[in-house]
Design a protein around this ligand. Sequence first.
Ligand code: ACO
Length: 327
Amino acid sequence: MANYAVITGTGAFVPSRVVTNKDLEWEIDTTDEWIRTRTGIRQRYIASDEEPNSYLAVQASKKALEMADVRAADLDLIIVGTLTPDMPMPSVACLVQKELGAARAGAFDLSATCSGFLYGLSIADKFVRDRRRMKVLVIGSEVLSRRVNWDDRSTCVLFGDGAGAAVVTGTREPRGILSTHLHADGRLWEFLTIRALGTAHPVTPEILDKGWQYIEMSGRDVFKNAVRALESVTWEALKANAWTPEDVDLLVCHQANMRILDYLRERLGLPEEKVFINIHKYGNTSAASIPIALDEANRSGKLRPGMNVLMVSFGGGFTWGAVAMKW
Ligand code: ACO
């Protein structure tokens, strides 16, 4: 008898400090109007030095575990999608495992930028289909404010910090995750990159002077590729489940840019109420964006049992993907 992976709990957490577009007007050469009309963003949360990635991830996880009524000690696996870990070693997942006291759980980080949560969910799906009783905690968590160049107004206004988490376990009922779709195109990596802080470039004063420790983005190339990839993976997921756009009850897309979300909604002919939007509150939180959105939709009653939910993402790498679910 087939097993299905279901999400039984969600959680989200953001740092306490809110930075509005108006606040940014004091710091950099920008305006609230430019940011709102180009991106839809009105504010973002910025972590303090006492709020590293793992701290945000732990807080979101506690909420997800509480909702799922699962003890940390019963977790089998912790997967964290992130591009901004506390440090190269250990992984954020190991720090989360320690803080939660999830002694039985394996733990690893996954590097798929903004698609990290959907990549993680896909892996959880495979484990749980194999062993129905497995309990997997999938997290997307980022502190992007440390990786943006606050002297580059074209990128620093876009990003925010936060974390979201989901508890995934098994059922014999045909619901939960119905299909997963993962893609990448490494040829286009230079359109969105942080060149340094890995092993390709030593951290020298020259490298730091060039700003290679920060996010570099070719905005228009990202936009062009994002809309193309998001639309194509959406159709792929619809086809895999014999759905038409009308069958989708809620589209939870990576919150990168309001214009990308509007484009996708128009291409699919979906009404506004079927596309979840919270970019105005958080900015682009990369791997955290979908699980934060999912948790908000869940807790606000927008997600109800039996609904067809489609999650789609796109990010640096490039990576993109989709997960179709019966909630
Ligand atoms: N405030 C005021 N002016 C600005 C700002 C700012 N924060 N940033 C750029 N400008 C100026 C530029 O200097 C330029 O001025 P100029 O014409 O005098 O040279 C002008 O605005 C237009 O700049 P463009 O970069 O051409 O602006 P564009 O309309 O392309 O919008 C944006 C930029 C919003 C980044 C757009 O390209 C975009 O949405 N790209 C997608 C990027 C994205 O979503 N990235 C997220 C990461 S990837 C992901 O998560 C999917």
